[in-house]
Design a protein around this ligand. Structure first.
Ligand code: SF4
Length: 351
């Protein structure tokens, strides 16, 4: 009789795929108690312990169960680059795809920009991520782990999160929403909803949907153009949802939530940074509860655009200011490393 070898494949669940309530349910179904969930969340999210063996107040039996049923890592940090105020992380996922996150050190706290997809289908012409087509959405646990690994690696507490890395967050809506609620939970990262920002290139139905959610997170719109002709050239999504439709959805969001919206405007030399663009933008935003974040472009060797001249950035800023638009110029982070969205991943994929 031939030998029959039976392989038992044990499928480990990922701890970071559980919200607190889901984890209580999971433990209770396996004969453990609610307070065990509290203990384990405290070890992992507060004490940042990533070895079940070291969770000294758990019974031997529970530690054995956890070790044999759960894993605590699916992402690997392949490398990180560091400058004075910025750390850029390149992660490898279970299926060998790459994503990245950026940590920015502000004088008021530490902010992380995380990815929500592998690649992006929105195809914005100025974006490194957009050149790499979307392969898939990130799972909830993959967003969660980006934060955890950054905190544990640098031994820091993250104060704010922006969903503005690789991918369009509203193209991965359910996971993104679950992630926002989870990191806001006092049992986990406890990041105040007002310190969480979702940035979209303008997927209008999702802006409406987001307006109707009972959460206090911030909304940012990547506008980057002051009229449709220009925006059609820079951002493919504009052919689906025009500036007028975006503005209507913004008005709805502001009315519904009473919250201020951030308008992101990347300044590209002699493309969208003319005086008349600033006047058009001021006209579009007149009377709305918004503030404009002017972003100096981060040039790379592959860039088809150039950074606006400093004098023009200041002029653009002045025109908006004089037209009563709240406006700031974003501080440039990590110029000496590949800090623009998608650059580090794109280097790795090129290799
Ligand atoms: S800017 Fe954002 S939405 Fe546009 S291609 Fe890049 S990642 Fe996608």
């Amino acid at each position: 009789m031939p030998y029959v070898i039976i392989y038992m494949v044990i499928h480990l669940k990922n701890f970071f795929d559980f919200t607190f309530l889901e984890f209580i349910d999971y433990l209770e179904k396996n004969g453990y108690k609610k307070y065990n969930a509290l203990q384990i969340f405290d070890w992992i999210y507060k004490k940042r312990e990533n070895n079940f063996d070291n969770m000294s107040n758990l019974s031997k039996n529970l530690r054995f169960f956890l070790k044999n049923n759960l894993k605590l890592n699916s992402l690997k940090i392949l490398k990180y680059e560091k400058s004075i105020d910025t750390y850029k992380f390149l992660f490898q996922l279970d299926d060998k795809e790459y994503i990245e996150s950026v940590l920015m050190i502000h004088n008021y706290g530490k902010s992380v920009c995380i990815s929500t997809q592998v690649g992006c289908n929105m195809g914005c012409s100025f974006c490194e991520s957009g050149k790499l087509k979307k392969r898939r959405n990130l799972n909830f646990y993959e967003m969660n782990e980006q934060l955890f690994l950054i905190e544990i690696t640098l031994n820091i507490k993250i104060n704010s999160v922006v969903l503005m890395g690789i991918g369009e967050p509203f193209d991965n809506y359910e996971n993104v929403l679950k992630f926002i609620k989870h990191i806001n939970d006092s049992k986990t990262f406890e990041i105040g909803a007002r310190h969480i920002t979702v940035s979209t290139c303008g997927i209008v139905p999702k802006i409406i949907q987001f307006s109707n959610e009972e959460i206090q997170a911030n909304l940012a719109i990547s506008l980057h153009a002051s009229n449709d002709t220009l925006r059609n050239k820079l951002m493919k999504i504009n052919k689906v949802y025009s500036i007028k439709e975006i503005m209507d959805s913004l008005k709805y969001y502001i009315k519904k939530t009473n919250r201020r919206v951030t308008i992101e405007y990347l300044l590209l030399c002699n493309i969208n940074d003319y005086d008349y663009n600033a006047f058009e933008l001021a006209n579009l935003l007149k009377g709305l509860n918004v503030y404009v974040n002017l972003i100096p472009y981060n040039e790379t060797s592959k860039s088809i655009y150039q950074k606006s001249k400093k004098v023009q950035i200041l002029k653009f800023y002045d025109i908006l200011k004089k037209n009563n638009i709240n406006v700031t110029i974003r501080k440039e982070f990590g110029k000496e490393i590949s800090a623009a969205c998608g650059q580090l991943r794109s280097k790795e994929v090129d290799k």
